[in-house]
Design a protein around this ligand. Structure first.
Ligand code: ADP
Ligand code: GLC
Length: 478
């Protein structure tokens, strides 16, 4: 922590992440990693982001400065390049043998996981720990903050290899379903010792887990909503890590994600302003005019997101005069099921990843559907709130913490901002879609919910203050 007389103390944080918007994104982790530095800067947090040098990232930083070199980083030479891009203060790990590849951050062009993913992200974590240990001239963080399994080994290496660094560590769980597993034969390749392969070490049901390593070694653990922080302690949601998390519950907390308000601001001030976007959306997706609600989905198509339930519940929405516009990509069987559903004229489906279209859907839709089986936070329902696109969500995780259900009391109190359903089944979703259509048929009620939604605070203010308090509680005093 650096303190000058009369100045508030600056806390230096190294954020270690495998994706960061707008440079590289597959999901909400990128939005959050990309938004945190600007959210925290006004509070006196100087955050630098350590990110792999994928080709797209390197192309965005033509004028960097080499600040660290390593002749043999997990099988090849590497360097860390400091550069600014998109308002971010980046440290980019340029390691061509690990990251100079076509395809996505985690998969090849055919969608298969890179077989050396454990080593690729161990290398990222290693460098994170090295920087925290003081390897970079001129800058050293007070706090190392790792995101998800890809950064899980960073707190572990920090504790094991730089025990005297005096740098605090935070591990944030964005998605516990991705655990960074590797066979025990990779132990030495991951620069771990045989003695690390224990129940209170990196061992997880016979494998190595990079996420577990982080959860064991970090000084503090956070996840991205208070409700999910509680759910993680149960076998249903903990995905095998619940015992460890219960043992460490004293250092676990839930800090809700925020929305980057600069990136996600509607061009309209009142719900009426949506009309032209809705017309454009219908044109773009080839949907006819209709009096029913236009429901939208922007999502990865995976089991987590519960969209198979929507396939089953869709007839109810259509019978009631509703429409669906979906943008997503992921599991092939779900993609195929939605393509088949799009044979119906009231259903339009676009497979792929398209940020412009995602925004049009959120701007132009009446309601956004998020029927997730589990959802650590979820961002699209928050974008929906901000744009007066009412969220219909499963009662789970961060969806509980961000949406106020249209119960009779919620409506009377002018608090309701959307609809929640439980249990997370196709029947309950069908009933919820019925309820949505009933509410949509009452323009007075719908409009008042839209107003509530657009007023609902979804920015970073509170959560940035929570992260600051967490960092302050940990930062080393020089
Ligand atoms: P998750 O991280 O689990 O995928 P979130 O709701 O937290 O879920 O974040 C998803 C992010 O990815 C949002 O910014 C959303 O708009 C975006 N997104 C998801 N699917 C697509 C897509 N097909 N095209 C464009 N953006 C998408
Ligand atoms: C994960 C979660 C999502 C969360 C995002 C950002 O991908 O699935 O719920 O919003 O991370 O924290």
């Amino acid at each position: 922590m650096t303190t000058a007389p009369g100045q508030p103390a600056t806390i230096k944080v190294l954020s270690v992440t495998s994706e960061c918007a707008p440079l590289v994104k597959t999901g909400g982790l990128a939005d959050v990693a990309g938004a945190l530095p600007a959210a925290l800067a006004p509070l006196g947090v100087e955050m630098r982001t350590l990110l792999p040098g994928y080709p797209g990232v390197l192309a965005a930083i033509p004028k960097g400065k080499v600040v660290l070199e390593d002749a043999d980083l997990f099988g090849g030479p590497a360097r860390v390049i400091a550069a600014g891009a998109a308002g971010l203060d980046l440290l980019v790990l340029d390691a061509p043998h690990l990251f100079a590849r076509d395809g996505g951050p985690y998969v090849d062009s055919a969608g298969r996981d890179w077989p050396d993913n454990p080593e690729r992200f161990a290398a990222l974590s290693w460098i994170g720990a090295q920087i925290a240990g003081g390897a970079m001239a001129g800058w050293r963080p007070d706090i190392l903050h790792g995101h998800d399994w890809q950064a899980g080994l960073a707190p572990w290496y920090l504790r094991a290899r730089h025990p005297a660094a005096g740098v605090g560590s935070v591990m944030t769980i964005h998605n516990i379903a991705f655990q960074g597993k590797a066979g025990v034969d990779r132990l030495a390749a991951l620069r771990l010792a045989p003695g690390d392969m224990t129940q209170d070490g990196v061992e997880f049901w016979g494998d190595i887990s990079a996420l577990k390593a982080g959860l064991v070694a970090a000084d503090r653990i956070t996840t991205v909503s208070p409700t999910y922080a509680g759910e993680l302690l149960t076998p249903d949601f903990g995905m095998g890590m619940d015992g460890l998390l219960r043992a460490r519950s004293g250092v676990l907390s839930g800090i809700l994600n925020g929305v980057d308000l600069a990136a996600w601001t509607p061009t309209y001030k009142t719900p009426a302003g949506k009309t032209r976007h809705k017309a454009r959306l219908r044109r773009e997706m080839g949907l006819p005019e209709s009096d029913g609600p236009l429901c939208v989905v922007v999502s990865r198509l995976t089991h987590q997101k519960g969209l198979d339930l929507l396939i089953d519940a869709l007839p109810r929405l259509i019978d009631r005069g509703g429409q669906l516009a979906l943008l997503g990509s992921g599991e092939k069987d779900l993609e195929q099921a939605f393509l088949r559903a799009a044979d119906h004229p009231q259903v339009a489906v676009r497979l792929g990843y398209d940020e412009g279209l995602a925004r049009l859907l959120i701007e132009g839709g009446d309601a956004i559907l998020v029927p997730s089986r589990f959802e650590p936070c979820g961002l699209t329902q928050m974008y929906g709130l901000r744009f007066g696109t009412l969220p219909l969500v499963a009662y789970t995780g961060g969806l509980v913490d961000t949406v106020i259900d249209a119960t009779p009391a919620g409506l009377r109190a002018r608090a309701a901002t959307g609809m929640q359903f439980h249990p997370v089944t196709a029947e309950a979703l069908s009933r919820a879609l019925d309820r949505l259509c009933d509410l949509y048929a009452r323009p007075d009620l719908w409009l008042s919910m839209q107003r509530n939604a657009m007023r609902h605070p979804v920015g970073w203010d509170q959560s940035a203050a929570d992260y600051l308090a967490l960092y302050r509680g940990l930062s080393r005093q020089d």
